[in-house]
Each structure stands twice: as structure tokens, then as C-alpha cells.
Design a binder for this molecule. Sequence first.
Ligand SMILES: NC(=O)C1=CN([C@@H]2O[C@H](COP(=O)(O)OP(=O)(O)OC[C@H]3O[C@@H](n4cnc5c(N)ncnc54)[C@H](OP(=O)(O)O)[C@@H]3O)[C@@H](O)[C@H]2O)C=CC1
Ligand SMILES: O=C(CO)COP(=O)(O)O
Length: 333
Amino acid sequence: MSETVVGQHHIVVIGAGAFGTALAVVMALEGRAKVTLLGRDPSLIADLKADGVHDAALPGVSLPYGLDFAFEPDVLGNADIVLFAMPSQAQADAAMAYGPYLAPEAMVVTCAKGIDRATSRLLTDLLEEKLPHHPVAVLSGPGFAMDIARGLPTAMALAASNIDMAEELARSISTRTFRLYASDDRTGVQLGGALKNVLAIACGMVEGRGLGESARAALISRGLAEMSRLVTAMGGKADTVRGLSGLGDLVLTATSHQSRNLRYGLALAHGDAAGPGSGPLVEGAFAAAVAARLAEHYGVVMPITEAVAAIIEGALDIDHAVDALMTRPITTE
Ligand SMILES: NC(=O)C1=CN([C@@H]2O[C@H](COP(=O)(O)OP(=O)(O)OC[C@H]3O[C@@H](n4cnc5c(N)ncnc54)[C@H](OP(=O)(O)O)[C@@H]3O)[C@@H](O)[C@H]2O)C=CC1
Ligand SMILES: O=C(CO)COP(=O)(O)O
């Protein structure tokens, strides 16, 4: 186990899945901070320590020598930065389970891309309620876990309500291959991450039905317009939507077969998608209905998001959805 040097950050990543492990790997390789990956399954953690690989999450990636592993939450007692890298719908439970172990000065960063389904709340708001003594930031943007872990160049956004804190976290977490840009727009950054997943599902359906690349481009740009409307209605910035966590992540996820959300859309188009939660994590399948509720609440027009939500619920089929979207009244862009 590596020792903490005076003045050095101790960063704990909670959640030994694909993204949590990738973040831990890239930070540990940099070697500036002491980094611990905290998982909840003792046998998995024992295997990671013994084997030096996490083949289920990141096949072929070596776990660096300097990375520490733990399953006992008391390791949190000397961490000043704590990353919550579990799925959106597990963030509230994780805050309740790990909150009592956090050091008083710990800054919390949610790394999930979604909205809490039970409360329709942004994850930073949810975590702040559960962890009232800790500032909560969010990390989001274009970056597949595998690319980050392999040390390919990636850039994401780190947003906190206080820009000084966002800059401090961005500097502390960034590495030579993983570059973070600071923002004070938590709302914009989080909604970008959640909504691009819904739009990636739609792009998967477009591809699965053979509707063409022109349709996909139209979907990306009209989807971005929807994203912009909800972000600004909820107090976020239009500029954020054009940045890494909005346009950047939308382009990545809507065009890559690495994306689980895109693959889910493809499966829906082929009529062989099992329900959300029954297979690999598909955040957009949970976010679609919540985003549609938020759109209604804020009086924002989001026809693509609403169509995806209705298709997943089984209330609409893809052909009718496309027809309805194409025959909406002609309007300005
Ligand atoms: N994969 C990627 O490329 C990227 C993912 N993300 C985001 O990161 C988040 C996680 O995704 P990803 O890592 O891919 O998902 P995975 O399914 O690979 O991993 C999720 C991890 O969270 C753990 N977990 C689940 N519930 C809890 C809990 N209550 N407390 C502690 N740990 C828990 C799981 O443990 P167990 O196995 O025991 O259930 C698992 O280790 C998502 O919101 C995703 O959108 C963001 C950018 C890139
Ligand atoms: O968010 C991601 C990359 O930025 C990962 O996307 P998926 O969850 O669709 O695989």
C-alpha cells in the first residue's frame, strides 16, 4: 500500500466498474496523488490486487503498481477528494452508505451521467442533501472508460458551484492524457451527460432502422436544441451545451458502437431489447422518462426525448415516432 506524502492529495474512487477503475488507473499512472479504488465486493477487490487486471471492466488494461485497493469504507477517513463512480440510480444509496466515513474536509465528485429517477433531481443536488457538510462537484464529458484507461488523449468538464473549487479539482484530477476543464455550471454539465444518453438511444434506433446518416445528423442537431432549451430553463448556460459535456459527449455517444446507449437503441430497433436494468448499464433508458417529466414541468418542447421515453415504455413504436417527428408543424430553427 502506498504512503501519503505531506501535501499530496488522497483520492478515493468509489465504484470498481469500468469508469471508476479507468479514472483510478489514469490518476495512479500520473503518480501525483495517492489513489485508492474502493469496491463493494471483497472478492473482486482481492482478485484485482492479485491479478493486476480488471478483465470484466477493462480487458487488457494493466492496473498500475501505485494504485491501492480497498473494500472497507474506513479508507475514506483520510481522503480529501472522493469520486462517486457508480450508476446514477445508486448514487443516493452510496451517499448514505459511505457518507458517515467521509473526512470532514472531503470534496465529493459525482461521475455518473443521469438524473435521479425517484426524485427527478440532479445528482449534485441529491448528494448535497445526503452529504450536507461536503461540497459536491460533477465530472462529465466525452470519454469511454477504455480510452481513458489506455491513456488515449481525453478531455472532460469538471463543474462545481464555486469556480475556484472547480479549478482546484480539475488541476488535481487531470493528468497528461486526461484533461479537465473547469466550469461553474453544474446544471448544464449534468443535463448534457444525462440527455446525450437519451439521444444516443435515438441514434441507435435511426441506425437500426436504416434511416440514414442524414437522419442521424438531423437528430444530433435537433437533439442539441432540446438539450439547450432544458438546460437554460433549469438555470444552466447555453455555452455549456456547446462544450465537452453537451455537444462533445453527444457526438461521441451518438456515433460510436462502443456506447451502450447507442447499442440499446439498435437493439430496440431490431425488436430484441430487454428492459433497462436487465443488461449492461443503459443510463439513457432511465433518464428518458425523467427528462420528459422535467420538460413538462419547465414547459420546454422536447419531442425527441419524449418519443424515446414513450418507445421505451412501449407506448409508441419507432415508425410512428419518426412519422410524428417529421410531420410536426414547420417552425424556425
Ligand atoms: N463506462 C464508460 O465508458 C463511462 C461511464 N460513465 C458513467 O459512469 C457511471 C458508471 O458507469 P460504469 O462504470 O460504466 O458502470 P459499471 O456497470 O461498469 O460499474 C458500476 C459500478 O458501480 C458499482 N455500484 C453499483 N451500485 C453501487 C452502490 N450502491 N455502492 C457502491 N458501488 C456501487 C458496481 O458494483 P457491483 O458490480 O458490485 O454492482 C460497479 O462496480 C455511469 O453513470 C456512466 O454513465 C461516464 C463516462 C464513461
Ligand atoms: O458516456 C460515455 C462516454 O462519454 C459512455 O457512454 P455509454 O454509457 O453509452 O457507453
